[in-house]
Ligand binder design. Sequence first.
Ligand code: DX5
Ligand code: ZN
Length: 217
Amino acid sequence: RNDLKIAPSLLSANFANLEKDLDQINRSEADWLHLDVMDGVFVPNISFGFPVLKAVAAISKKPLDMHLMIVNPDKFISQIRDLGTMMMNVHYEACPHLHRVIQQIKEAGMKAAVTLNPATPVAMLSDIIQDLDMVLLMSVNPGFGGQEFIPHTLNKIRELRELRARSGSNALIEIDGGVNLQTAPLLSEAGADVLVAGSAVFKAPDMIEVIHQLKNA
Ligand code: DX5
Ligand code: ZN
């Protein structure tokens, strides 16, 4: 297949020299840049906030795929939009009023995605999937890079494809966590549309080459 998208996750980059790493991503075949925002409340870790996001957005030539691992993500919709964000991902588990949040993201002019933790069933999206541009399935528990892929994710991809077909939705299926040269072919075959890869890209000696290989998984 030639439509698989790759979204490197900046979480595993060298934060003392982001410009160098971003330059590699800009020159690569990466489709999007995946940015992981953590608040230490929704997930047991804190990553980066708006000062860093602004600096990164100014340099990135790739569309921004913003993954918000925070409570009350709706508070930040206009600030996220002002960064030039293409896709805003909010967690199902963080949004009691999910339908409203999705409408607000779209009204702000961004594409809207819902993220599911590993233990959240795909079926929870049956009444919202028709409004979504993308569903992000976590294939690790969110909060850290470099964790091991949870194989059950492959079953969830197949279920999500069925739900998507039944509901007439066009939502892309994105996978985040433990994506590498071993797991990428399995995910591609199961029907993933977008693969996020953090440590597999940024810890590699040749990022451009790894992205090329993932793209052709
Ligand atoms: C984890 C983040 C991921 C992370 C993935 O909570 O959502 O985007 O960077 O890292 P890897 O690819 O190393 O599993
Ligand atoms: Zn992520």
